[in-house]
Write a protein that binds this ligand. Structure first.
Ligand code: NOJ
Ligand code: CA
Length: 556
């Protein structure tokens, strides 16, 4: 069995500033984070993904980088970062970090030098126009907040291009010197112990319009060169691409031969999964799962529910998007950029434990590697009074102590949720630790089980025949065969699933959560009853009957 680490791990995403404040200044930091490595390890996390922690004006949560080679002093020093990676490695965990190469902050010394002197070599690090381009008001990523992609600089006496906010000028990736700089940044962090990068905004990074390449084909070759460099410097390094694109384009990012990026977030599955939760119709999700097949052997999907941004449902057809808005974000204030919902998972699902379990169980059983978001393991809520995406970036709720135990300061970096059903006195780690039935303990059990099922990350899968409101999937890896069944309707469902594989007939189908044995009916099918919003994880032979490295026995 292929043991590549990213194929059977759990990735946990967090922002250093919202996790735990170690020095009482109100801002989360590396010292605080290091105090919680045993918590993350105990939860079952295999890789910690940090959103940007570099020096930055932080006008876009750190995605406006002012210095790629250091740590924002508010979070600690480079020394603290290395202590952190060491602490992770000691516990068998890996570190992933955001890699924001599409743009810098306008405060970055490269941009400052480019503004100050048209003859500086840094001028060509960015993308300029003497005239206002005709399409200056098209293609903004944050419509309604940012109204153009070109901004005039009186200092430079020219217009510069920015796919995102005007304080994030796009780098000119077509410039070989810029490519060299980017390679150096990657190599630097690999040397400090990082195992992987979540690569920000990949479609824009390689887009032909943003980089003035002569050829209309995006710069896919750059992805290959980046991978080559990383694997030469550190054999187990991986890239996880943020690219919200249609499934038919994904192979270009993985590379037909698997020689570009290792992993991609599966945005099409994410959006149709939320539609399935909203409507109980699993057909679009099935279609996206079918479209997600046939990857090169080293390629891998990453699956998620919520992340640090809005839930982007912009690629769903209008009626499906509306169904998700109606179910999970009906108020205008809950919506963002005309395409997304800025709430956390628990409030979107009305705090209903059965629906939360259903959603997480579905995500954990998608073909690929799960990515979970800090605070979702305890069902944290959101604060819609905060601007834009900050609603879902409130501090971690550790206990019922003041400010949820996040900081001893009276002035936290963002307000801790302190009232209502998601306030820190009601939703916190300390309380859930002592309750064996809590969401935290449920999540821990599910993550442990998930890691004992390598067929989910590495096997082949079949979508079994079932009514539209039920998703039944069978995974096979060598002689390991599992079935995962989810009932999206809030009504009891009965179903029959067919014989799974020729060689399974003498091994029982066992429910992993309960050890219940599901007999094979005389008609050759397994008969199952699912509770309203119920789910079952089933395995031929159960978990104790794991078979690794053996070929299935040939028929006598
Ligand atoms: C994608 C990130 O997820 C988002 O948070 C950020 O604002 C943009 N890229 C710009 O870096
Ligand atoms: Ca601090």
């Amino acid at each position: 069995m292929d043991q590549r680490w990213y194929k059977n791990t759990i990735i946990y995403s967090l922002s250093v500033d919202s996790f735990l404040d170690g020095n009482g200044d109100g801002i989360g930091d590396f010292v605080g984070l290091m105090n919680r490595l045993d918590y993350l390890n105990g939860l079952g996390v295999g890789a910690v993904w940090l959103t940007p922690f570099h020096p930055s004006p932080r006008r876009d949560h750190g995605y406006d980088v002012a210095d790629y080679y250091s740590v924002d002093p508010r979070y600690g020093s480079l020394g603290d970062f290395v202590e952190f990676t060491h602490g992770c490695h000691t516990r068998g965990m890996r570190v992933m970090m955001d890699l924001v190469l599409n743009h810098t902050s306008d405060q970055h010394p490269w941009f400052q030098a480019a503004l100050a002197d048209p003859d500086s070599k840094f001028r060509d690090y960015y993308i300029w126009s003497d005239e206002k381009p005709a399409d200056a008001h098209e293609g903004m990523v944050f419509p309604g907040v940012q109204d153009s992609t070109w901004t005039y600089s009186p200092e430079a006496k020219a217009w510069y291009y920015h796919k995102f906010f005007d304080f994030q000028p796009d780098l000119n990736i077509a410039n070989p010197q810029v490519q060299t700089e980017l390679m150096k940044i990657i190599a630097f962090w690999l040397e400090l112990g990082v195992s992987g990068f979540r690569m920000d905004a990949v479609p824009f990074l390689i887009a032909a319009d943003g980089i003035r390449v002569k050829d209309a084909e995006p710069a896919y070759g750059l992805l290959r060169r980046i991978r080559e460099l990383a694997q030469w410097r550190k054999g187990d390094a991986v890239f996880l691409a943020e690219a919200n694109i249609p499934p038919e384009d994904c192979l270009k990012y993985f590379g037909e031969d698997g020689d570009r990026l290792h992993m991609m977030f599966n945005f099409p599955v994410n959006q149709t999964l939320f539609y399935a939760l909203a409507s109980a119709d699993t057909r679009p999700l099935r279609a996206m799962l079918e479209a997600s097949r046939d990857l090169p052997p080293t390629a891998q999907w990453a699956h998620f529910l919520r992340n640090h941004d809005e839930l982007d449902i912009g690629r769903l057809p209008d009626d499906q998007r509306q169904a998700v808005f109606d179910a999970f974000g009906p108020d205008k204030d809950m919506q963002l950029y005309g395409r997304g919902i800025r709430r956390r998972l628990a409030p979107m699902l009305g705090g209903d434990r059965r629906r939360l379990e259903l959603a997480y169980s579905l995500m954990l059983t998608m073909p690929g590697t799960p990515v979970i978001r800090y605070g979702d393991e305890i069902g944290m809520g959101d604060d819609l009074s905060l601007p834009e995406r900050d609603a879902a970036r409130t501090p971690m709720q550790w206990s019922g102590a003041r400010n949820g135990g996040f900081t001893s300061s009276t002035d936290p970096v963002r307000p801790v949720i302190d009232d209502g059903p998601y306030g820190y006195r009601t939703v916190n780690v300390a309380m859930q630790r002592t309750d064996s039935g809590s969401l935290l303990n449920w999540t821990e059990r599910m993550l442990r089980t998930r890691k004992e099922l390598p067929e989910l990350g590495q096997g082949s899968y079949t979508i079994l025949p079932a009514p539209d409101h039920v998703l039944a999937m069978c995974y096979v890896l060598e002689a390991n065969v599992s079935v995962f069944v989810h009932n999206l309707l809030d009504q009891r469902a009965e179903l029959r699933i067919p014989v799974l594989a020729q060689d399974c007939s003498d091994r029982p189908l066992v429910c992993i959560q309960t050890n219940e044995i599901i007999p094979r009916h005389a008609d050759g099918w397994y008969h199952l009853v699912l509770q309203p919003s119920g789910y079952r994880w089933l395995r031929i032979g159960g978990l104790e009957d794991m078979i690794v490295g053996e070929e299935p026995e040939a028929d006598a």
